[in-house]
Structure formats: C-alpha cells, structure tokens
Design a protein around this ligand. Structure first.
Ligand code: ADP
Length: 554
C-alpha cells in the first residue's frame, strides 16, 4: 500500500503543508472576490503564466458579490466555476462547498427536464426560465434563471443569474386565492342582485296594484281625501278635492292648502295639525274650505298616521267631510232652542210669581193639602226654570253671547254660602268643607255659583248610596283649585274624555237620571271665559272629584 511509504511524522508534516496551501488558496480567492487582486501569476508546466481578471473588474466583482440575485458560472459539464455568496446562501452551503460541484446537484427531479432544456438553449442564445432549486435539506426555492454565455480566455462559460421568486410566488398565490375569493363573492353578489331585481319587480308590481286600488278607492268616495308626509307636506289629493277647490295639484300641494282655509279657522287648524304631527295623535278639526265659486263650506277633517314595523310614521291619511248642512241644522236647532226657552221663560216667571202669591196666603185660608201641592209645584217649577236657563245659556254660548261682568270675588265666602244653600236643598247629604280663608279672584259670582251648583247637583245625582260630599280649596303657585268630591258611581277613562262635550250623557240605563248633558258644557264655557281650567279625576265605582282652577289676586 502506498500510504505505508510515509511515517506518521511525515504525514503530520504533509498535512500541515496542505493546510497551509489551502489557507493560501482561500485567502487568494477571498482577495479576488473582494476585488483586492486584479491578476494572478500561476506557475505551470510551461513556466509562469499571468492570469488577469479581465471579465470582472473590481467594481463589477464587488457588485456581483453584493447583489441580491445568485450569480453562477458553469463550464460545459455543468460544473460550478464561480458563484457569489448570495447563491451559496440560497443553497444554505458555505461558499467553498459550492464551487467545483455540478449545478445539477441543486436541481430536483421535478425541474430536471426544464433545466436541461434551458441550459441547452442557454449555450446558444440568452434565455430565461422558471425552475425549482433544492438545497441539501430538500427545501425547494422557485427561481427565475437568466442564462447568458461569457467569453473567457479559458474558453466559453455559461453565466446564470438566479432570482429568488419565493416572495413573488407567495404574493402570486395570495393574489390567486384573493382572486378566487373575489370571483366567489362576485358570483354571490350577482345572484343576490338578480334575486333583488326579481323582488323589486314583484314589489313594484304589488305597489302598482295597491296604488291603483288606493286611487280607485280614494277617487270614488264622496269625501275629499289627502295624504301628507310626516313633516306635514301634502303629497296627494283625490279627485273630489280638485273638483271642490277648482285648483290644480301644484297650487294646494305641500302647504298650499292653507290658502283655501277660512282665515278665521286657519290658526286653530294649524295648531291642531302641527300638534298631531308632533305627537302622532289622530288629527281632528272643523274648518271652512273655500269652494271653486269662492263660497266657504264647513268640513270635518280627520287624519290618522300610517306607521311602519318600527312604529315610525310613513305618512298620514286624511279625509275632509262636508258638514255644512249639519252645521246649518245645528244652528237652526240652537236658534230654535234659544227662542223656545226665551218664550218658555216668560210664562214660567209669571207662574212662579203666582205660586209665591198663593203661598203668602195665611195657613187658615188655604187647606193644608193645597199648601203641600203648592210646595211640590214650586219644586217642579224651580227645576223647569233651571232647565230653561241652561237651554238659554247653551244657545247663548253657541251664538257667542254668553256675557257677564267680572268683579273681585271672595271665593271661600261664596263657597260657604253655596254649601249652606246645598244643605238646605239636599238635607239627606252630608256636606264637609275644607276652605282656606281670604282667597280672592276676578270673576262673576253668579256664574261661578252656577258651576259649583252643577258639580254639587251631579255629586248628589250620581252618588245615591254614599251621601258624603266634600268641598275643598287648595292653593298652588298662585292658583286656587276648588273641588267637589263624591263617593258615587264614578266614571270610566273613556267617559272622562267626553263628559265636557255638549249634550253628552253616560248611556248606562242602570244609572239613568234626569238631565240633558248641558251642565258640564256650560260650566266649561264659564271657566274658560274666566281663563281658568276645569277638570275631573275619577275611577269607575269609586266616586269623582270635579274641580276648577283660577288665578288668585291680592
Ligand atoms: P247631566 O245634566 O246629564 O248631569 P252634565 O253635563 O252635568 O249633564 O254631566 C254630563 C255627564 O257626566 C252626566 O250625564 C254623567 O254621566 C256624568 N257625570 C257628571 N258628574 C258626575 C259624577 N259626579 N259622577 C259620575 N258621573 C258624573
């Protein structure tokens, strides 16, 4: 064996020498790579030879070393003659292990065919292609390879510039995924859009049908109708409106309708309209509208809001019903009542006078039974007189002629007198009073007595089983409240809203008593004329407290 020729020491020396040579060779290579050396003198069989580094002068060598792409030079057999550090990094190997080995080492099977074709072509013309490179851990790196031949003194070499495409590929992949997602989303959107279009078509059709229905209905009822938006602007009138007003749509749409409301009714109409828009409560008002021939006719207006699922108002639907004829009828009736009660009053007064004359006869001269009859007749006549007076008052209110003088009134003194009177008329009832002394107001004592007597008469009428009645004064913020409380049948919520209307009576046969439903209506007018407030608090079956409030004076 050849190794046996060397002793151990000789081998040690030889090893040292070789290590030294390798160090020198590496230093030289490093010097060439970093551009410190431009030429080399190498001793060969034919003596010394000068190798200049013509193709890569210093600047280019530095540039190639520092660039981000891998740079490799191959000989005809695919052996790596030179590579930059970037390529060694890409392959995860130290530089000295890369130089000298065949480039094919880094080509995985999957890319072999493509690589061979590329290299083959590369020796004839510049070309490019994408391949995969594999390091020794079999990690694959996608690369763009640009091939070009280099004419060196030692012969032709093939230069490869390798661009790592990992990031581009990732980005491409992400883009592809995003694109696919986009396509899916686009398809879904398109489907949705188609469905939506179908629904819209269907709804439009439904809407058209229902709008036609609405129009047909609206134009064929005798009333005038309209719709208005939540803000108040009218956006629809039926044909009757145009026939009545003789105006075109544009003239009365929006707020244009105000021009045809009678000027005396406009402020009340506006108050109620604006209040309904604000609260969402039903709208109701009586007013006069100007007809095409410039005459005014009374109408009863009503509007109700139409709400969506969330309770928000979409629009209002309103009707105006001609009540001119009814109004005239009412006026005629009021006029008749006025005349009739006036006519009744005169014979009634003389009847009362004659009765008084008869009562003034001495007892001995009139048989006791006649005396009894006379007393009964007196009660009936008083009742009749009250009724006639009420009727007269109602007709005066209707004609706007309920007038009376206002004076300074000592309210508790007046109430005390009324209680005395009531005790006399209703001896079976217990009257209690809690009165604050020295309360003065401006008013008409006679009319306020009429209001309080009406409260007391009702308290008596509607509380037959419990006979307690309380009269009370309370003061709050300069306002006095006078109240009459009974413990009788009381009133339901629904009745509470209506009892102050003209001729309203609770239709309950069980509690039917005499009366025409005029008392509270007249009382309301009187208290309104005093700039006060009238009201009631009650619960069905638990009695009622009727009250009025007036401003106190010094
Ligand atoms: P009437 O002459 O019918 O009593 P009013 O105008 O004085 O007329 O009262 C109207 C209606 O209010 C009455 O018919 C009655 O149903 C109701 N009412 C008034 N006062 C009372 C009360 N104290 N308790 C119960 N119901 C009452």
């Amino acid at each position: 064996m050849e190794q046996a020729k060397y002793t151990y020491d000789e081998l040690l020396n030889r090893n040292k020498e070789l290590e030294h040579q390798l160090e020198e060779a590496n230093d030289t290579l490093e010097a060439i790579r970093s551009g410190q050396v431009d030429a080399l003198i190498v001793k060969g069989d034919n003596g010394h030879q000068l190798y200049t580094l013509k193709t890569a002068d210093q600047t280019y060598r530095v540039f190639i070393e520092k660039m981000n792409e891998g740079a490799v030079t191959l000989n005809r057999f695919g052996v790596i003659l030179y590579c930059n550090s970037r390529f060694a990094d890409m392959m995860n190997l130290p530089l000295e292990k890369v130089i000298g080995i065949n480039f094919e080492t880094f080509i995985p099977e999957i890319s072999e065919e493509k690589f061979n074709e590329l290299i083959k072509k590369g020796w004839y013309e510049d070309c490019k292609g994408e391949i995969l490179l594999s390091n020794k851990e079999f990690q694959l790196t996608p690369c763009l390879v640009s091939c070009t031949t280099l004419d060196l003194d030692e012969g032709v070499a093939l230069s490869l510039i390798l661009t790592d495409l990992t990031h581009q590929k990732e980005a491409e992949w992400e883009l592809k995924v995003k694109n696919e997602q986009l396509i899916i989303a686009q398809n879904a959107a398109e489907k949705l859009n188609n469905e939506l279009e179908d629904t819209v078509k269907e709804r439009t059709n439904d809407l058209l049908i229902s709008r036609e229905h609405f129009k047909l209905l609206a134009n064929n009822i005798p009333q005038m109708t309209w719709t208005n938006l939540p803000g108040g602007e009218v956006d629809f009138y039926n044909q009757q409106w145009f026939n009545y007003t003789g105006r075109r749509y544009g003239e009365t749409a929006g707020w244009g309708w105000q021009q045809i409301v009678h000027p005396d009714d406009l402020s009340n109409t506006m108050d109620k309209y604006v209040n309904a828009l604000k609260t969402g409560d039903d709208f109701e008002v009586e007013n006069r509208y100007k007809r095409w021939d410039n005459t005014y006719r009374w109408h009863l207006n009503r509007a109700i809001p139409l709400r969506d699922d969330k309770g928000e108002i979409i629009f209002w639907v309103g009707t105006a019903t001609d009540i001119e004829d009814q109004k005239k009828e009412m006026d005629r009736k009021d006029e008749f009542i006025g005349i009739a009660s006036h006519e009744l009053k005169t014979p009634l007064t003389s009847l009362k006078g004659y009765l008084q004359l008869i009562t003034s006869y001495k007892k001995e001269e009139v048989p006791p039974v006649v005396k009894q009859y006379i007393e009964k007749a007196s009660v009936a006549i008083n009742k009749l007189q009250r009724l006639v007076n009420d009727l007269l008052d109602v007709s005066k209110i209707q004609a706007g002629k309920l007038e009376y003088a206002l004076d300074r009134v000592n309210l508790p003194a007046l109430i005390a007198l009324i209680i005395e009177n009531a005790k006399h008329i209703y001896p079976l009832h217990e009257f209690e009073s809690q009165l604050i002394p020295g309360l003065y107001i401006t008013g008409n004592a006679e009319r306020l007595e009429q209001v309080l007597m009406n409260f007391i008469n009702n308290a008596v009428k509607y509380s037959q089983s419990n006979k307690r009645i309380i009269l009370q004064t309370d003061v709050h913020d300069g306002v006095v409240r006078v109240s009459v409380t009974d413990f009788g049948i009381g009133l339901s919520e629904e009745q509470l809203d209506k009892i102050f209307e003209r001729f309203y009576r609770v239709e309950d046969k069980k509690y039917m008593t005499s009366g025409l439903g005029m008392g509270l209506y007249i009382s309301t007018e009187i208290i309104n004329n005093h700039h006060g407030k009238i009201g009631v608090e009650s619960e069905l079956g638990k009695g009622a407290t009727f009250y009025f409030e007036l401003q106190l004076i010094e």
